[in-house]
Every structure is written in structure tokens, then in C-alpha cells.
Design a protein around this ligand. Structure first.
Ligand SMILES: Cc1cc2nc3c(=O)[nH]c(=O)nc-3n(C[C@H](O)[C@H](O)[C@H](O)COP(=O)(O)OP(=O)(O)OC[C@H]3O[C@@H](n4cnc5c(N)ncnc54)[C@H](O)[C@@H]3O)c2cc1C
Length: 325
């Protein structure tokens, strides 16, 4: 470890001031402390935000607002969330281990950093960790890396399960900064690596996530999340799918589909959603349309299997969600 300054913010104003002065926010610490131990991240100053009042889950008729400091276990155990938007509950219950879910916060989950082996190995080249050094994963051990949204500078997969569900649901991320509040559509939160993989999101320095807002309605009831991983106890996704279907008289009126584990950001599939609209909810349709799930994929030496896997994960999840009462 290395020396750093630690303060605990008593209120939002002092947190935002510390953030604007360059301090890093720490919530559950389940990611940040790990990365600091490994010297992947070396912040000079941490500001603990756990005393801030972002800890409630408010259910309204058309939305659910979740404070950024709600522990993901609490969101995963919320009965109304499970009833109104089961894909969130399922994504959470497939996230990490029970102990980690008790510590991990919603805001921290969204801003967690990649599990790419080379990002975490300070002796390896990694443009995301140290810009301009190269990407060891492109020619290296890349089985768990991304096949979608990659660039010649970075192929790291986005690790969050919850973010995949939130992208499918068009959630809003509510933030505060010393200059004011913003409402950021979650699809605009995450950045593809392009030629600056070190910039992973569109928050400004010192911008604090205070809540997420999830629109809910009759169509979010028929939803679910499915994840394939190497180990069932806990592990990051090799491929996952968040699906919501609006079906009337056996015909698909609307679909929301996003995938995880295969892309550099939580990956929405608009072509799949459009293709499903107006078609009967049958196994044959799901197979045909799920074939679009890997369009544009650029697999690497070890992760070509994800091309077929993501199609099958989408197909299976479409069928599972369609069969819900
Ligand atoms: C063994 C293991 C297995 C895991 N498996 C999974 C998995 O299967 N799926 C999955 O999705 N995740 C998984 N995770 C990741 C885990 O979900 C994250 O570590 C956790 O959600 C991070 O939350 P935290 O509150 O601990 O964040 P912290 O470690 O406190 O912070 C993480 C980052 O977010 C920033 N931050 C935190 N809160 C805010 C805020 N309100 N506003 C702005 N910035 C903020 C911090 O500055 C830091 O950069 C796993 C982690 C471990 C260690």
C-alpha cells in the first residue's frame, strides 16, 4: 500500500467540495480498496461518502428511485422491485457473493472497473490503466474480454451485471457536482474505449452519483436476467442478457434487450428489439432474431466462443421471458 489521505464527509456539500478538489469517493470499497492494494489505482485522497443520505428505495407508480448508497443486497431483496421489474432482482442475485452484495453500493457497482487481467497487472501494458502503453490483451489471454465495442487500444469487457439491466430499462443516473444536478441517461454514462480507453464514463471529476431512476410499467413485469459464467458460486459474466417483453395475444408489441460480458460497455441490442416487434412470440422467431445479437463482433484468439454464446443466451432469455405468466 502507499500513503493516502482519508476523510469522512458529514454532508453532501463537504463531499462535493472534496471531490472537486481531486479526492476519490469511496462507498463499499469492495473495488477501490482491492485496486489500491494492487497499486492499480493510487489516489492521494479518499472521501468516504457513506454518511450521505442516499440510502432509500422509493417506489412510485411509474418509476423506482434508488439511492446510490443503497447496498445491492437491499435492492435485490426488495419485494416490490422483484414484482415490478424482476430483471433487476435477478441481475443482482447473480452479482458477486452475498458478503460482497452486503457491502457493494449501487453507485460503486456502476463505476466498477474492468476485470481484464492486464488492467490489474501493473507490470503489463494497458492503455486503460496507463495511456499509451498498449493493450496486452489483444494478443494475450483474452478469453473473458469483449467482442463488441472494442478498439485497437482496448478490448476490456464491462463487468457490471446491474448496469446491463439498467441500460435495457433506460434508467436515469442522477448526479450532483459543485456546479449543480444532472440527469444522465444511463446509455450516455459509459464510454466505449475508442482511442481514450482511460476515460470510462462521462462524469466530470468530482461528480457524485446520488440515485438512479428506473421507469417501470406493465412491460417491465415480464422481464428477466440470465448470466452464463465459469463458476456458479460467484463469477463475472461470460455472457448475459437482460430482456423485457410486451406481448399481447401472442404477438410481441415491444422488446428491451441488452447484453453483458461481451462488450466494452453494457450493450443494448436495438436491431434485435426492432426485429422482434410485430412478430409472434415463438421459438422460431427467437432463434432467428437472436442471430443478430453478435452483429459487428470482432472476436479475439481466445474468445470466439462468445459469438455463439451471446446469441444462445439472448435466444434462451427471450423464450424464458415470453413464457412468464
Ligand atoms: C470477488 C468479486 C466478485 C464480483 N463479482 C461481480 C459480479 O459478478 N457482477 C458484478 O456486477 N460485480 C461484481 N463484483 C464487483 C462489485 O459489484 C463491485 O466491487 C461493487 O459493486 C462496487 O461497489 P462499492 O460500493 O464497493 O464501490 P467502491 O469500491 O467504493 O467504489 C467503486 C468506484 O466507484 C466510485 N464511486 C462509488 N460510489 C460513487 C458515487 N456515489 N458517485 C460517484 N462515484 C462513486 C469510487 O470512486 C470508485 O471509483 C465483484 C467484486 C468482487 C471483489
Amino acid at each position: 500500500m502507499f500513503p493516502f489521505r482519508y476523510t469522512k464527509a458529514a454532508d453532501e456539500e463537504s463531499a462535493l467540495r472534496a471531490g472537486a478538489a481531486g479526492a476519490r469517493y469511496i462507498a463499499g470499497g469492495t473495488m477501490l480498496v482491492d485496486l489500491m492494494r494492487e497499486t492499480v489505482e493510487r489516489p492521494d485522497s479518499l472521501v468516504d461518502i457513506n454518511a450521505l443520505p442516499y440510502t432509500s428505495i422509493d417506489v412510485q407508480p411509474a418509476s423506482i428511485r434508488v439511492g446510490s448508497l443503497v447496498r445491492i443486497s437491499e435492492l435485490g431483496a426488495h419485494p416490490v422491485v422483484e414484482q415490478r421489474v424482476p430483471m433487476i432482482t435477478q441481475a443482482i442475485l447473480l452479482t458477486a457473493s452475498a458478503q460482497l452484495r452486503n457491502m457493494a453500493s449501487i453507485g460503486g457497482n456502476l463505476l466498477q472497473r474492468t476485470r481484464c487481467l492486464y488492467f490489474r497487472d501493473v507490470s503489463a501494458a494497458c492503455n486503460r490503466r496507463t495511456p499509451g502503453t498498449g493493450c496486452s490483451a489483444i494478443e494475450g489471454r483474452n478469453r473473458t474480454n469483449a467482442i463488441l465495442g472494442t478498439s485497437q487500444h482496448c478490448v476490456a469487457a464491462h463487468p457490471s451485471d446491474l448496469a446491463v439491466a439498467l441500460v435495457a430499462l433506460d434508467a436515469i443516473v442522477v448526479t450532483r457536482h459543485i456546479s449543480g444536478e444532472r440527469r444522465v441517461p444511463i446509455s450516455e454514462l459509459f464510454r466505449r474505449p475508442g482511442d481514450s480507453p482511460e476515460r470510462e464514463h462521462n462524469l466530470r471529476p468530482g461528480e457524485l452519483i446520488v440515485a438512479i431512476e428506473v421507469p417501470i410499467g406493465p412491460e417491465t413485469r415480464r422481464s428477466g436476467f440470465f448470466k452464463v459464467r465459469d463458476r456458479e458460486s460467484y463469477q463475472f459474466a461470460l455472457a448475459s442478457a437482460a430482456v423485457a417483453l410486451d406481448i399481447a395475444a401472442g404477438v410481441i408489441r415491444g422488446a428491451r434487450v441488452a447484453v453483458g460480458g461481451v462488450a466494452t460497455v453494457p450493450w443494448r441490442l436495438p436491431a434485435v428489439e426492432t426485429a422482434l416487434r410485430g412478430l409472434p412470440a415463438t421459438a422460431d422467431v427467437f432463434r432467428r432474431v437472436a442471430a443478430l445479437a453478435a452483429d459487428g463482433a470482432t472476436p479475439l484468439r481466445e474468445n470466439g466462443f462468445k459469438v455463439e454464446l451471446v446469441k444462445r443466451v439472448v435466444e434462451r432469455q427471450l423464450a424464458t421471458v415470453a413464457a412468464l405468466p
